[in-house]
Design a protein around this ligand. Structure first.
Ligand code: NAD
Length: 454
């Protein structure tokens, strides 16, 4: 089988490389000539674990290639996947579909000049319900019936574990009313059928909505545990034990119950916004998701306040070491990262920031040029007034606590990801502030919240 992947970003490159690993012949297309030139030279433009080996082995085997020439790539392909970006539209927060529609028009024109073969056009980008039908109309305007089929195949991979997620997904969702499209997609995903991965066949509209419903639900779960963390702090409970205690209930599940600084990244914020907009247009408002987004936005400000409070109520003139800038570990993606909200608030409050991130610095420099970027974690904390952990990279999970204490001017650690134990930090002589947990020191009195209840 032969496919073209239009858009060679986090999703398109990983999906294209994984399909080629399945034995499919894949051409990845991007309009960014610089990106394609780097890929052609064997350079991977993003950081994603194991992606370099997967790309180089399949490129060497002749199953994976890269081009800016969409026309040649789509002609003769069994399926063409659209995996371009769908960022938030300025003004109303709805998904900006201009890249999807532009790609659909280019595909239609290329196929119209081709040899008359039948091609399945598959939307992999996250697109609001109804978009697939609009793509269908674009193609209908150029191609005769029988030349193309439309399908939606939303992607659920997570950056940082994208290859594993693509190769061993919880499910594959395919939305289409075409038997031909079903057959082609079934053949493409054949290795997953053999692993007994559930394949959910639905209508186009349902598949589009499944993706948004999944992301909005996960964002809600995170926001729920974050608010529980606030309550835990007020009443002297431990949010990690609460998460454990509820997560063991099979109806709730253990994942996505880690309290932290609020969700970010290239998907949850924009997808929640787009879903709210779709629901408003359909006159069925999603008040839960509206609240989730508001609570999540406000949380970033509260995190900055918490850091300032831990530094004695003011950070004016202080130097703060910040570890972790990307929105999650194992990626270089900075899109909508919590650090982009929290760090500028600390700067505005007068702090100087010394920052380190294992993979995100090149991208972070473009967005936050006025930070002092350091070569490693210890360099960042050398002489700083406090240490702030924002992203839980493995490299930050086992810091030498004695060295941390000796490098910091004051032994204050604010951990927004709960990666250390309060008692071990207290034992190391560090003043430790985390999320939704007792400090490790015996409470002097009943916590404020409990006093209020009493
Ligand atoms: P990205 O910005 O990394 O990549 C998009 C690529 O498409 C860019 O390289 C851009 O140059 C290219 N492009 C745009 N228009 C084009 C055109 N007409 N022809 C050829 N190339 C074109 O985006 P991404 O993170 O890969 O996301 C892509 C889609 O997948 C989005 O809808 C996103 O919501 C969804 N998604 C993303 C993730 C994720 O973790 N990043 C996970 C699941 C779904």
């Amino acid at each position: 089988m032969r496919i073209a992947m239009i858009g060679t970003g986090y999703v398109g490159l990983v999906s294209g490389a994984c399909f080629s690993e399945f034995g499919v012949s894949v051409t990845c297309v991007d309009k960014d000539a610089g990106k394609i030139a780097r890929l052609q030279q064997g350079e991977i433009p993003i950081y994603e674990p194991r992606l370099d080996q997967l790309v180089s082995s399949n490129a060497a085997a002749g199953r994976l290639s890269f081009t800016t020439d969409l026309k040649t790539a789509v002609r003769g392909a069994d399926a063409v996947f659209i995996a371009v970006g769908t960022p938030s539209r300025r003004g109303d927060g709805h998904a900006d579909l201009s890249y999807v529609f532009a790609a659909a028009r280019e595909i239609a024109e290329a196929l119209a000049q081709g040899g008359g073969e039948r091609t399945v056009i598959v939307t992999k980008s996250t697109v609001p319900v109804g978009t697939g039908r609009q793509v269908e109309r674009i193609l209908q305007g150029v191609l005769p019936p029988g030349r193309f089929d439309i399908a939606s195949n939303p992607e659920f991979l997570r950056e940082g574990s994208a290859i594993e997620d693509f190769m061993r997904p919880d499910r594959v969702v395919i939305g289409t009313d075409s038997e031909h499209a079903k057959g082609v997609l079934r053949a493409l995903y054949r290795p997953l059928f053999l692993l007994e991965t559930p394949i959910v066949f639905t209508s186009l509209e349902t598949a589009e909505l499944i993706k948004y419903a999944a992301n909005a639900f996960l964002a809600t779960k995170i926001t729920f545990i974050n608010e529980m963390a606030d309550l835990c702090e007020a009443v002297g409970a431990d949010v990690q034990d609460v998460a454990h205690g509820i997560g063991l209930d099979g109806r709730i599940g253990r994942k996505f119950l880690h309290a932290g600084p609020g969700f970010g990244g290239s998907c949850f914020p924009k997808d929640c916004q787009a879903l709210i907009r779709s629901a408003a247009l359909a006159e069925t408002p999603l008040s839960i998701i509206e609240t989730v987004l508001r609570a999540n936005d406000e949380r970033k400000g509260r995190m900055a306040q918490r850091i300032i409070a831990a530094c004695g109520g003011s950070v004016a003139g202080q130097t703060l070491a910040v570890l972790g800038l990307t929105f999650k570990p194992n990626t270089d993606d900075m899109r909508d990262s919590p650090s982009l909200a929290i760090v500028p608030m600390l700067q505005e409050a007068g702090a100087r920031i010394r920052a380190f991130d294992p993979e995100g610095i090149a991208e972070a420099k473009k967005l936050m040029p006025a930070l002092d970027y350091c070569g490693d974690a210890y360099e960042a904390m050398d002489g700083a007034d406090a240490l702030v952990l924002i992203t839980e990279w493995n490299a930050f999970r086992a810091l030498d606590l004695a060295r941390v204490k000796s490098l910091l001017r004051r032994p204050v650690v604010i951990d927004l990801r709960n990666i250390y134990k309060p008692d071990e930090m207290a034992a190391a002589g560090l003043t430790y502030v985390s999320i939704g947990r007792p400090t490790g020191e015996p409470p002097a009195d009943k916590p404020a919240g409990l006093r209020a209840i009493a």
